[in-house]
Design a protein around this ligand. Sequence first.
Ligand SMILES: *[C@@H]1O[C@H](CO)[C@@H](O)[C@H](O)[C@H]1NC(C)=O
Ligand SMILES: *[C@@H]1O[C@H](CO)[C@@H](O)[C@H](O)[C@H]1NC(C)=O
Ligand SMILES: *[C@@H]1O[C@H](CO)[C@@H](O)[C@H](O)[C@H]1NC(C)=O
Length: 335
Amino acid sequence: MLKTLFAALACGLVGSAAAAQACNGNSQLCGKTFDKVAFPTTHNSYAYGDNIAANQNVNIQAQLQAGIRGFMLDLHYLDSTNTSVPYLCHTLCLLLNDGPFATELQNIRTFMDNNANEVVAIFIENDGPFTAAQISQAFVQAGLDKYAYTPKAGAWPTLQTMIAQNKRLMVFTDAGADASVPWLAYDKDYVVQTPYSVAVGSSFGCSPLTTVRPLWVMNHFVYKNFSFAGSTVDVPASDSAATVNTRQSIVAQANACGAAGVFPNFITVDFFDVGALFQAVADINNVTYSSPATPQTAAATSAATLTSAAAPRALLRHAAPMAVLAAGALLGALA
Ligand SMILES: *[C@@H]1O[C@H](CO)[C@@H](O)[C@H](O)[C@H]1NC(C)=O
Ligand SMILES: *[C@@H]1O[C@H](CO)[C@@H](O)[C@H](O)[C@H]1NC(C)=O
Ligand SMILES: *[C@@H]1O[C@H](CO)[C@@H](O)[C@H](O)[C@H]1NC(C)=O
C-alpha cells in the first residue's frame, strides 16, 4: 500500500517534471537534434516599424515574446567616419537605423536569461565589414557570448543538451569568421539558403540542391517595386504578407524541401505577425501547436510596454528624409 502510494507519488513527480520540460515551448522538440528542428525566423529582424524599408511590424523584444527564435541582423558602419562599432541598419543607416548591434544583443540576452529553455539562432550579414574581434566585442559587451555554442564536427546536439549545457545560441556570419572566435560560425560551412529575392506573385522553391550543408534557411518572403524620383527600388511587400504567410503557403514550400530530401530549419518571413507562421512551423516540426509559444515569465508581461516604448525611436527613424530614398534607389534594393 505504502509502496503503491510512493510509486504513484514518484510517478506524479516524474510526470510533472516531464511536463515542465519544454524546449522552445514544446516537450516534443527536446529530443530532436538542432539540425532536425524548424525555428520561426524573421528576415531583417531589426528593420521594424512604419518605414518603407521595414521588414517587420514590431521590435526584436516583441518578436522574442511572440516565439521568434531566429534573427537575421545586418551590420553596418554608422557612417564613413565611424567604422568601429556595428550598427543595425537597412542598406544605409540614414534610411533605417535600429541602433548599436550590442544594444539588441543585450535585449536577446535578457530574454535568454529569463527563458532558460529557449534555443536561439542569429544570422549576421556583415556588411561593414567588421572583424571577428569587433563582432565578438558586441556579444561580450551584451553578456551574450556566454550562451554561444561552438559547432563541432559530426552530430548536432539535441535541444535538451544545448539547454542542459546552457549553450543555447548559434551564431552564423556571412563574413569575418575566423579561428579567434570559435563560436562565430561561417555560414557557408553550415547553411544553405533558398533564394531571398522572390518577386510578388512568384512561387517559392527549394534550391540550390547541389549544395550540401547540414542546415537550411527557407526564405519565404517577397519584394515589390517602389518607384521614386524616376528610379525603382525593391522594398518589402507588406501588403502581400497576409497571402504569403499562410500556413498552407509556408508548409507547401517546406513540403517541396521535404520532397527533395531537405529538412528546412530556419523558416524565415517578413511581417511574421501577419499570417500563421507558428502553426506552419509546428506542422514542419510534426509537433502539436500550442499558443502562446513562449513560457510566461516576469519579463514576458511587458510586451505591450516594449512595443509602445519603441514608438519614439520609430518616429525618429521615419524622419529619414525622402532624399535618402533616392540614395537607396541608387544602391538598388532595400528589400
Ligand atoms: C562611434 O560610435 C560609437 C557609438 O555611438 C561611439 O561610442 C564612438 O565614440 C564613435 N567613434 C567615433 C570615432 O566617432
Ligand atoms: C520590378 O520592375 C522590373 C523592371 O521594371 C521588373 O522586371 C520586375 O519584374 C518588377 N518586380 C516586381 C516584383 O514587380
Ligand atoms: C509525426 O509524428 C508522429 C508521432 O507523433 C509519427 O508517428 C510520424 O511518423 C511523424 N511523421 C513524420 C513525417 O516524421
